[in-house]
Design a protein around this ligand. Sequence first.
Ligand code: ADP
Length: 529
Amino acid sequence: MLKRQKEQHLDELKFRFFTNISHEFRTPLALIITPLELLIRKTEAHNLKNELEKILDNAKDLLRLVNQLLDFRRLEQKGEHLKLSAVPIKSFIEENVEHFDELSKEHHITLACECQFANEDLFYLDAEKMTRVFNNLLSNAIKFTPNGGIITVQAGWIETASTNGRPTGIRISVSDTGIGIPPQDLEHIFTRFYQSDNTQSTQLNTGSGIGLHLTKGYIDLHKGTIKVESTPGKGSSFILTLPSHDEQEPLVRQSENTPEKHNNIENEFTQKTDKTTIWVTEDNVQFLHFMKNWLQQDFHVLTAADGQEGLNMAREYDPDLIISDVMMPNMDGYAFCRAIKTDMKCSHIPFILLTAKKSSESRSEAYDAGADSFIAKPFDVDVLSSRIRQLLEQREKRRDSIRRKIDIDPKEITITPIDEELMQKVLSYIEKNMSNTEYNVKALSADMGIERSLFYRKMQAIAGQTPSDFMRSIRLKRAAQLLKGNRYSVQEISWMVGFNTPRYFSSYFKEMFGMTPSQYAQQTKGENE
Ligand code: ADP
């Protein structure tokens, strides 16, 4: 027993070591990839661009391996959840295959995709995980198929008579005409670290033997199946099935996995939830990818492809800042910004609009929409970076001034009229109930007509304090003013500001002002009330 525990402990240490090291690799890699992407965008010379792109491909390959290690760790630790969403299945598969167009061309391999779905067919799956599945299967197929070979991806509905033609799931196969897998290896290749003897000695195999293990793990999470058929020298076929999830079943929303909700949406780069979360909305996939890559060196980055999606998600996930392009389908950036700034749930979130042109017209439109800042495209990423910091610093300054100042001016501490009105109301309710010892957060949020959890969120966002801390600090500040006047005893003041036990009053007061109420009265004697 003890021995087993020791082994487990050692295993855990090894895992942790791998995870830490992988994380360490990612930052410098991101710092290579992002400037490289920038450089490629700027470079005009064709030859140089080609060379740089090769470097970029290799750096990305390295990043992919490192990510695979992290995925592996997460899967081993059972830390993965399914995040189902309804996906247009035809284009989803085709895009995943197209991703390998170039690589297969380089290897003179024909890559074909035959999808028997209609364009509008939707299927519930975890898009991120299934993308990894495709990446693993297709990169293996290319790796183990000699030049001139053929790789075919086929996909379609699984229909059985018993369900009246209603599909029970989908079936996908990835077949190659490659070197194949010896029969004795077939049952092992989904085991972690396993590599077939067939491929181990060849130069082809630079992998680590975790790709298929991950693939199976992701398919298992979907409650699907994966099997392999192979004939050495002829080729291999990986066949997988995914069951249909009842459309009535609610999407597995990331919020259900709180408190680490952000981790679950975007589990690629960040494990920490204490990082500032930035939401980027942009319909150009390449540009979005570029921004994400670059921002995630410092921030936790979440993305959406249009304003409507961005709005829904912002309401739910409460990011620290939003960056949005202006030109987007469904809901453009101006409308998106306006919707954010007029919705109590998210009006406090700083908003940067990326406008197409530098005209004063787009500037005024941006400010009309309520944007806190705007940047004209194309822009220098450093400018965006410093703008983000500025806005975050301003937020901190505002919170700090709430803590320090005796008199709070809602105008100074909020960024939208809606929030200003909210703070005005909060202050006046507290003021009205200053001596009411029964008046607590429950009563305050009822007076405000706001649900407690939203109220909590808003106060945290605006004041950086919980509603009860905020309410108490207002009472203590009033007490300090009264103490300066020297007209009432400490006990009287404690009652006047709604504390029914002077002892509590004194200890909270000391915590806030660093001295007891009587010391404070003594020290400020003669100052104006
Ligand atoms: P690796 O990172 O080594 O590719 P995988 O888990 O993806 O790890 O694959 C495990 C092993 O299965 C590979 O090393 C290889 O021996 C074998 N294999 C996987 N896919 C194929 C394929 N399409 N053709 C031949 N062998 C394959």
